[in-house]
Design a protein. Sequence first.
Length: 107
Amino acid sequence: MIVKDISVYLDYVADINKKVNDLYAKISSVTEHKKTDIDALRVKILAKTNLITMLANQEVGLIPHSDWVQYQSDIDKWLTELENKVNTAVANAHIQQNQEYPLVNHR
């Protein structure tokens, strides 16, 4: 087992949570129907980061290396999926909005 300072875990969690919250803030223009998949991924990521925080704050404060690698792999994969879904949903919302409200001043 590779011993890490718990600040490594907590810094990683803080970074991931910021990224997730920033992405989630982008979807204000997305319909509730489209938010379902995004919400599910957000919950998965936040649950895993909460687990890391809980494990890091235990008396021992160490997460076995193999578990740490797996947690990071899962979170990174889900974060990429979340980014793709948010970007797609936001782009589709803008396209739909532009179709509903075409430009008035055509020359």
